[in-house]
Design a protein. Sequence first.
Length: 258
Amino acid sequence: MLVIGLTGGIASGKSTTSRLLRAHKIPVVDLDEIAVQVVLPGTPTLRRLVETFGTDILNEDKSLNRSELGRRAFADKEKTKLLNKITHGAIRRVMLFRLIKLWLTGARCAVVDTPLLIEAGLYKWCAQTVVVWCTEQQQLERMLKRDGPTKGLTEADARARLASQLPLSEKLRYADRVIDNSTRYEDGSTPLREEVEALVANLRYDQHTVPNTLAWLLNWLLPPVGLLWGLLTALLHARRIQLHHSQQLLAEGKKKDE
């Protein structure tokens, strides 16, 4: 099964891309969705968050107040690290269970949707990385338009959340494919839908070629082969990204010397 990592930044259009992929019947494992489930009232993860950030992060019904947790956790990088340390383990266990379930049911590909694909190192376990991109100013404006009136998000809060994630300009270094969500047509629409449709068409074409069909069937019928194939694919992908980084650094060094 081909595992594709989908990432972006806050308000970059990643969630819209994910919805469009689901509409095309592409299986999506949404880590934001899993993150909600692992902090429901009574879960061990929520108890650890309360111990770390205080009872003020709870609503009156003992559910998580995400806005308050965000203000506390994104106040500085050390607190953000604490938040990630507490939640990532629980999220990854559920993610792995869902991927195994998809594999066992015969899925040919699956998309892992998470804004922290790069930061958490999950890209190393994917065969491809797709980054949904827009400018940082667009991210800021979209966040304030979306969450300012309804959730009381201030510009300071928005900037703190942006600072807690790796800039999209850096994430582009890890991308096998970039979906540009920064431009608009004259009628106000974005080319996002067209780019997602092109991605889906490419996936379907690749997955249904005779060699890929035979490889998928072999991996599915023989789980040990599938496991080794997946590890090798992930290793080659990580190596390709590392080589790409080295080439970029070399090119940047030459420009500075000039």
